[in-house]
Ligand binder design. Structure first.
Ligand code: ATP
Ligand code: MG
Length: 328
């Protein structure tokens, strides 16, 4: 949907996040800018360590204790979540924005049955008080919707009694119970078999589409991101380096980093190619000045080492943060 401006649901502006570690301060997010329209499906890609999870956790304000948000705004329906009080944040977390984590076990409590955990979430996310039968009905319907066989048995299971794929379906059901506006899916299929990965991603695509939910999907499976999302943001070392229609981004990548990312990605399977982009992500203790990618870029010039490039609008509604596209 090139050029079509949907009403913004979420807008991240100039987000800077650091982590304190023993050796000093890791300057990770370096001014992230990202926008999600209502009902829009966004892909967020980039190699391991680029800051994707940090970005998603910032939205829900669930960063670890050693993280600090240095700057920026996260406008959700016009409210800045970085400055909102706990009451507002909890409301948003309970009812509007949900996150699916890389590890499904992290979202599940090992000592409670699926039934209890799902009921709790449904109760919490309801506006008023629900009768027991209503809660049961919603839970049952959700587990059916994520296509779990033998719903009764699943309800009475502890998380460890389920397979990885089943667990992730339960996690999706829980997320759907509380996400009325936006779903943050952080590599929802990493720990699963390749065949199951595909099924789960399709299921997610299906259910979110049906509900007209906005989605941010983080995945190394570029083929799936391309199929499942409207627009994609490419992240490198804490910067968004390219954004545009998902089809365009993967077919005609402009940023040298995106080009390498697409070239070195496996074509069909969802697995990350261990070869990947040559070189390594920079040290966040001392990130390179200028364009953070210049240390690995085959086209780097003097200016790239000195000055961070601006986001440059190019044809096809794409934007790219690279001096190569700057008209001098
Ligand atoms: N709890 C933490 N403490 C210190 N540094 C952290 C912490 N979490 C993340 N980082 C730093 O932030 C960087 C980005 O991490 P993040 O988890 O956001 O990356 P990612 O893009 O989600 O990577 P992956 O694809 O591997 O999940 C890491 O490389 C690391 O240097
Ligand atoms: Mg991550």
């Amino acid at each position: 949907m090139a050029g079509e401006k949907k009403e913004a649901l979420l807008e991240i502006r100039d987000l800077k996040v650091n982590y304190k570690v023993y050796k000093g301060t890791l300057k990770v997010l370096n001014g992230v800018e990202l926008r999600v329209g209502k009902g829009e499906r966004i892909g967020l890609v980039g190699e391991s360590g680029s800051g994707k999870t940090t970005t998603l956790k910032s939205i829900l304000r669930i960063l670890p204790y050693n993280a600090s948000i240095e700057d920026g705004r996260i406008l959700y329906k016009g409210i800045d979540l970085l400055r909102a009080d706990e009451r507002v944040l909890n409301e948003v977390r309970r009812r509007e924005i949900a996150m699916i984590f890389q590890d499904p076990m992290a979202a599940l409590n090992p000592v409670f049955k699926v039934r209890d955990q799902l009921y709790d979430i449904i109760k919490e996310s309801a506006r008023g008080k629900l009768a027991k039968e209503e809660i049961e009905e919603i839970a049952y319907r959700l587990l059916k919707e994520v296509r779990l066989p033998d719903v009764e048995r699943v309800m009475d299971s502890y998380p460890f009694q389920l397979s990885g794929g089943m667990r992730q379906r339960v996690v999706i059901a829980m997320a759907l119970a509380s996400a009325r506006e936006l779903l943050l899916a952080d590599e929802p299929t990493t720990n699963l078999d390749v065949t199951i990965q595909d099924q789960i991603l399709r299921l997610l695509a299906d259910l979110t589409m049906k509900r007209n939910l906005s989605v941010i999907l983080v995945s190394h499976a570029l083929g799936m991101v391309r199929k499942m999302t409207d627009r994609t943001y490419v992240m490198y070392a804490g910067d968004i380096v390219e954004e545009g229609d998902s089809g365009e981004i993967f077919e005609n990548p402009l940023h040298p980093y995106t080009q390498l990312l697409v070239e070195t990605a496996p074509k069909l399977t969802g697995n990350w190619n261990p070869r990947g982009v040559p070189g390594r992500i920079p040290d966040y203790l001392n990130p390179p000045p200028g364009c953070r990618f210049h240390t690995r870029c085959p086209f780097a010039e003097q200016i790239c080492r000195e000055k961070k490039p601006p986001m440059i609008a190019v044809e096809g509604g794409k934007r790219v943060r690279c001096w190569l596209y700057y008209k001098r």
